[in-house]
Design a protein around this ligand. Structure first.
Ligand code: PLP
Length: 385
């Protein structure tokens, strides 16, 4: 098996090499490396200990039909509700990934026509998914890196569901929360789905103004991948039930099936019990720190990064308009090529992401998640000087 080994060399920071050695002795050092990759990313502090706790308490072997599991699920959902201000009437479901959530939202929220605002790879995926599922999606496309201006946008009356990517992880463009709210006021009657995969819970999303909101845990929550949270409004539930009378809305993960099991604090299938347990722990830890403090620190680190790159002689933010700049995924244009910067940072034990797809060689992506400390950011910037 090929594993990544990291050797601590005195005074030189970390050296990362691939090796065919099987021994896991270096794995423990790997987790000390700051991963600034936009997901999976740095683990939230405490995760290693909670994993150990899960193992010693038998949580990985627990039946998902047991009362003990129901307690875990109930606790995690209660913590999520508190952390994100989820209204009591909204339901909270667990899926396997953000990509799955796109599919479920289209299947359950659209009989025929969805409307998409696209600007980069993830919003494009959402749009393509609707086509793949046999729907007739409409779209408004914005140039990559440019602000998504919703103020003048008209949505065709045939649209049943509007799909917005609040934080486009491929380009580092965000839709500011007040712009979302104004857009909502202008279009109160159409269901609104928000992909908040790489921004929740770091921005104050007004959940009560939306119908389907989803995020996966390997981004801002600092957990291993393999779990996604989908929040559904009462009217989105009604719509799913209505569509379900006429056509397929999927099977075990159709909203009504998810709701039936959620009422018992269960899931239709055997879920990622470990991840549900860990998510509860991270939510409690975030509540202890305070979500306000986390959001403030996110803002502070984002400002640190953007002002550094605004002043940098060659590397510049991919998004020029300040209000459109993502707070959690900072995309940097590197005209001389990103590969050498990435590998040079790696030798110092700092792992940053490459640009997404066609921007792979010309951009860097730096995650600014709650697991990243101000000190780590400063260290990263000092290395980029
Ligand atoms: C990562 C990401 C996804 C995909 O989530 P998965 O859990 O990897 O399927 C979707 N949308 C956005 C904005 C993302 O950042």
């Amino acid at each position: 098996m090929l594993i990544l080994e990291i050797f601590r060399k005195p005074r030189q920071g970390y050296r990362v090499v691939s090796s065919r050695k099987k021994h896991g002795a270096f794995i423990s050092q790997m987790i000390t490396l700051p991963f600034f990759t936009p997901g999976p990313s740095q683990l939230y502090p405490g995760v290693a200990g909670w994993m150990q706790e899960a193992i010693s308490h038998g949580i990985c072997s627990l039946s998902h039909r047991s009362a003990a599991f129901e307690e875990i699920m109930k606790g995690t959902i209660a913590s999520l509700r508190e952390l994100m201000g989820i209204p009591p009437a909204y339901l909270v479901f667990f899926l396997s990934s953000g990509t799955e959530a796109m599919e479920r939202v289209i299947q359950n929220g659209v009989k025929d026509v969805s409307f998409h605002v696209t600007q980069g790879a993830f919003s494009e995926r959402f749009f393509a998914m609707a086509r793949e599922l046999g729907k007739h999606p409409l779209r408004k496309e914005f140039a990559q890196g440019m602000p998504v201006d919703l103020s003048a946008m008209e949505v065709q009356s045939s649209a049943e569901l509007i799909c917005l990517t609040q934080n486009e992880t491929s380009t580092g463009v965000q839709i500011p929360v007040d712009a979302l709210l104004q857009f909502r006021k202008k279009n109160p009657d159409i269901l609104l789905a928000i992909d908040a995969v790489s921004s929740a819970p770091c921005i104050p999303l007004p959940i009560e103004a939306m119908d389907c909101i989803f995020f996966s845990v390997q981004k801002c929550f600092g957990l291993p991948a393999g779990l996604c949270v989908l929040i559904v409004s009462p009217r989105a539930m009604k719509k799913a039930e209505a569509i379900g009378k006429e056509q397929s809305i999927g099977s075990y993960h159709a909203f009504p099936s998810l709701a039936t099991y959620a009422a018992k604090n269960q899931t239709p299938e055997t879920p990622n019990v470990l991840a549900i347990f860990l998510l509860g722990k991270v939510c409690r830890a975030m509540l202890t720190t305070g979500i306000g403090a986390i959001r403030q620190e996110t803002e502070k680190k984002a400002e640190l990064l953007y002002s550094f790159f605004d002043a940098h002689p060659s590397m510049t933010p991919f998004v020029e308009e300040p209000s459109a700049r993502s707070r959690t995924v900072i995309v940097i244009r590197v005209p001389d090529g990103s590969a050498s910067v990435i590998s040079s940072l790696k030798t110092q034990g700092l792992i940053v992401g490459a640009g997404y797809k066609e921007h792979k060689d010309t951009c860097l992506r730096i995650a600014n998640f709650p697991a990243h400390t101000v000190i780590q950011m400063e260290r990263l910037l000092a290395s980029l000087k």
